[in-house]
Ligand binder design. Structure first.
Ligand SMILES: Cc1cc2nc3c(=O)[nH]c(=O)nc-3n(C[C@H](O)[C@H](O)[C@H](O)COP(=O)(O)OP(=O)(O)OC[C@H]3O[C@@H](n4cnc5c(N)ncnc54)[C@H](O)[C@@H]3O)c2cc1C
Length: 521
């Protein structure tokens, strides 16, 4: 083998990049090999419609990254290499079919007044939840940031018991097991407040009735109120460009257009990788694969019990992205104030979200999909020519494999034929909430689930979270019991990425936990 490094990585998603940077900072020689033309995986920015209009390919909300332990440790380095955030004071709102709306801004009085207009009782509840968030946050973030090892869990439980007592700890456990609907209905009276928060579950494969999902509407609501949101200045890829530059500045290497086809092994130990062009790269201390769990056995060529369990890993329904270059922001029927929000959710009720999820799970194109409308240029005008805008529509959810159409209109059962009519359905929904938007479209790019997967094979069937986070596949069980720390039965081979605890999102959690484990912090 001609080339040799301490650690060799499969893929350059944000988790492998975070792990590589941490290792490089500790003196390891690292090299990452990425099959796509640019690094970043689900975090990419490009001119996907017209020149001068920069669109986030997939992820836009960088709050998890900005709040992560990884960023805390490496922020100086990343900022030196160009990372720049754009803070958002109006993170999210929901518009409803009757022209009303509700939204969360960092100004507590403004949020409370909006909620009070729907339900004075809910406004009071919101105030109480916000006041208690400071005390709850260390327990919840402590859990999400802990390695999933029995010792770490025992320590977490002990700390929670000390902090909250037995009753409080059991209440926390009950909350962690609840579905979004169970918690939202017990907590809020207004169906619109419930829907506004419940929409966050849909970002993560937690439809209203899925156990274990209550945490996400709560956390996103409270964090949105307390901190707002951050997006990337110029694009979400600010974090990727900075990580790549910081790795390269430490002598590391990030090669794109380089597909890894095999993980090389000798005597039960991973010794390197082979690339599609036949090159072999040697790894002295670790091979770290940032791939979907089900893809690992294809690289190792093994067929152990562990591999069989990886093959059972469940993916969530897919997403379709629609990128639009616009002459002006949508004129929201609910009011001009909605133009200030980073995310406008068109997800009018918990029942509709549940129906959408059920349809997508059954392989049907939903009759009325949930839309997340991202309006980055309201915060960061640098992404479009002066006075112009970019938005994306995240169409949640869409089946990876199409068996039919819940509305009985679209006959195509592959994405080549279904993408356009389904995108049309989504744009008609947008038009209902913001009349005249279609006339403002200067450029458009539709990315169906199949193309998300083609671009990044980790997004199996367009599954944006690389595997459902339902209780049986989360915590100690992500991706497989006994391996939530990314370890594998092959020595020196580690799995990382969204398929490994703590899962999807831009918190760099699995990559950073692994790198800390390898370096002893
Ligand atoms: C549409 C969408 C919207 C999202 N929105 C948000 C958001 O706003 N905020 C948020 O926090 N999270 C969001 N997420 C989730 C988040 O982006 C992902 O969970 C996260 O990016 C996953 O990171 P990762 O490190 O696991 O790798 P990925 O981003 O999945 O990247 C993995 C990389 O590995 C490469 N690769 C795989 N196999 C090979 C191989 N054999 N050889 C070489 N390279 C290989 C892939 O090409 C890819 O580049 C979104 C995701 C999607 C898809």
């Amino acid at each position: 083998m001609s080339e040799s490094y301490d650690a060799v990585f499969v893929g350059a998603g944000h988790n492998t990049l975070a792990a590589a940077l941490h290792l490089a900072a500790k003196g390891w020689r690292v090299a990452l090999f990425e099959q796509a033309g640019v690094a970043g995986g689900a975090v990419k920015t490009g001119e996907y419609t017209l020149p001068g209009y920069r669109h986030d390919w997939a992820a836009m909300n960088l709050s998890l990254f900005a709040g992560s332990a990884f960023f805390k440790a490496h922020s100086a380095d990343l900022i030196k290499h160009g990372l720049e955030f754009a803070p958002v004071a109006h993170p999210f709102c929901s518009a409803f079919p009757d022209g009303t709306w509700c939204g969360v801004s960092t100004d507590l009085a403004a949020t409370t007044a909006r909620i009070a207009a729907l339900s004075p009782q809910d406004a009071e509840t919101w105030g109480k939840l916000c006041a208690g968030f400071g005390a709850e946050a260390p327990h919840l973030f402590g859990l999400l940031g802990s390695p999933m090892k029995m010792r770490a869990i025992a320590y977490f439980m002990l700390k929670t018991l000390r902090g909250k007592g037995l009753g409080g700890s059991l209440d926390l456990t009950r909350f962690l097991l609840q579905s979004p609907r169970a918690w939202l209905e017990q907590t809020f009276a207004s169906p619109r407040v419930r829907a506004m928060l419940g929409a966050w579950g849909m970002h993560l494969d937690f439809a209203p009735d899925v156990a274990g999902g209550a945490l996400f509407p709560y956390l996103e609501g409270m964090a949105g109120q307390a901190f707002g949101m951050v997006i990337g200045k110029g694009g979400a890829d600010t974090i990727i460009r900075a990580m790549v530059a910081a790795i390269e500045a430490r002598g590391g290497r990030v090669e794109t257009g380089a597909t890894v086809t095999r993980i090389l092994q000798q005597d039960g130990r991973a010794t390197g990788i082979e690339l599609a062009d036949g090159r072999k790269i040697h790894a002295k201390r670790a091979v770290i694969a940032g791939v979907a769990p089900g893809a690992l056995p294809k690289l190792t060529g093994t067929a152990t019990d562990f591999d069989a369990k990886l093959a059972e890993f469940q993916h969530a329904p897919g997403t379709m992205m629609i990128h639009l270059a616009l002459s002006a922001l949508p004129d929201w029927a609910a009011g001009a104030e909605l133009q200030r929000f980073a995310y406008v959710h068109l997800a009018p009720s918990l029942d509709q979200m549940a129906r959408t999820y059920q349809q997508a799970k059954a392989g049907l194109l939903p009759d009325e999909p949930i839309l997340v409308v991202g309006q980055p240029t309201t915060v960061d005008p640098s992404r479009a020519p002066e006075g112009k805008h970019t938005i994306w529509l995240q169409v949640r959810m869409a089946p990876g494999t199409i068996l039919g159409d819940a509305k009985g209109e679209i006959t195509a059962t592959d994405w080549a034929g279904a993408a356009e009519p389904f995108a049309n359905r989504a744009l008609q929904i947008l038009e209902r909430y913001a009349p005249g938007t279609r006339a403002k479209i200067l450029g458009q790019r539709v990315v169906p689930p199949s193309e998300l997967e083609r671009d990044n094979p980790n997004l199996v069937g367009g599954d944006q979270v690389c595997g459902s986070h339902h209780l049986a596949q989360n915590f100690l069980f992500r991706p497989v019991r006994g391996h939530a720390d990314g370890s594998t039965p092959i020595k020196q081979l580690h799995l990382t990425g969204a398929g490994v605890w703590p899962g999807a999102g831009l918190g760099a959690g699995s990559g950073y936990l692994l790198a800390q484990k390898l370096t002893g912090k």
